[in-house]
Design a protein around this ligand. Sequence first.
Ligand code: GLU
Length: 494
Amino acid sequence: MIETSTPARLRVAPSPTGDPHVGTAYMSLFNLAYAKRTGGQFILRIEDTDQARFVADSERQIFDSLRWLGLDWDEGPDVGGPYGPYRQSERLETYRPHVDQLIADGHAYHCWCSPERLQRLREELAKDKAAQTGYDRLCLGLTREQRSRLPGFSQTPVVRMLIPDDAPGSFDDLIRGEVKTPRPDDQVILKADGFPTYHLAVVVDDHLMGITHVVRGEEWISSTPKHLLLYRWLGWPAPAFCHMPLLRNADKSKISKRKNPAARLLWFREQGYLPEALLNFMELLAYPPVVADQEQQSFDQFVAGFDWAKVNTTGPIFDLAKLDWLNGAHIRALADAELSDRVIDFWNQTGQTPAATPGRDSGLILRQATPIIKERLTTLRQAAEWIDFLLVDDDEVVIHDDARAQLPPQAVELLSGAIEALVEVERFEPADIQAGLRDRLVERAGFKPRVAFTPVRVAVSGKRVSPPLFESMVILGRASCLARLRALRDHLAD
Ligand code: GLU
């Protein structure tokens, strides 16, 4: 059992270096679940100390996409909170005294080596395949004056950690147990531009913000001993650490934005996935369903049963087919009116509202069609494709080649019969339309139903596969249906 009586404070700490990565949402989900499980807080901190990689607008996209998913934070740059500022670039003066203290205590030292010298050093070490890698400590123990007389001197120094011989070789991870780690290099903690590196800033901020559990990706395991040393030197208690597995492509490679469009968090919204389905999908990455064999679940269910011990450390495969299945299931769980609203929101947000011919209204037709397309939808985006034939003018119906290929030789005769039947149908309702067509084409003319109705479907929708035919005809109305049947008949008869 997990200890849930003490409210935990957790954070997600993305760097605004481009389109938000799906991993940011994955980390946020698990952080937030535990914060909620313990009645604690979830904090969003923006780690923007790497000025070279900063991308404007990336921060707003992080806010928007996490909010879209409902992964709301209690404290953050935009909502404030008692431990702000929550953007590292606004906390520069917070880090400096800690650097000075580390230098004064002999745990850190200035390094004036130029980037060129460091590059040469790296190349030499790589060539030698030396067991010892990393910085050679040329500057250690030297004053600025002494160092300036040696080659490869740069005016503005960085500050490095002096990694001791007894540096931690392992640490205790909440989901992995004891994790062995390689000996760290003399890590830079303050850069020449005066900005701290991630390693210093993350420790100072996690401490000052009262973070109790550091939950992050597996790629940070080798950094953890550096962080533990900083906690030790600064005299602070270390938080619990938990390293989540990396998400993987089907070929087991690490999921990256270059290789996989789904690595971009915004992609899911653009494609018309429901946020609750994406959450549900991510809940099942390296984690079992709350109820065995029942994969469709809510975020609240996930929170209620949350336990770090259930996380599987094998990198989960990011299987979009499963997401499609879950998305369809969540779509079908929505009431019709709610689903229509979601599709319309999706159209508005993505600028994809389909055009309708004058006199027709895309939103209204969508609402009428939602009950008949709901079963067929995998994503919200597909709604427009299913209803496009209901939006166009009657003489603009596109008859697709695969639909035309299905027309039986007697299509003209069948269309003429259907026109007569539809003129006579009293109430233009699905059951009556079906009965009228059946009576005229199947009972009286002796065609098989499949043959009889195919030309009607093709004339009305232009498609081989359409939403249920008779319901679609009601949405179109009698006059439009007749116009479409006549158009195809006349076209074929020419
Ligand atoms: N800024 C780091 C990142 O972008 C955060 C790592 C951490 O959570 O400590 O992944």
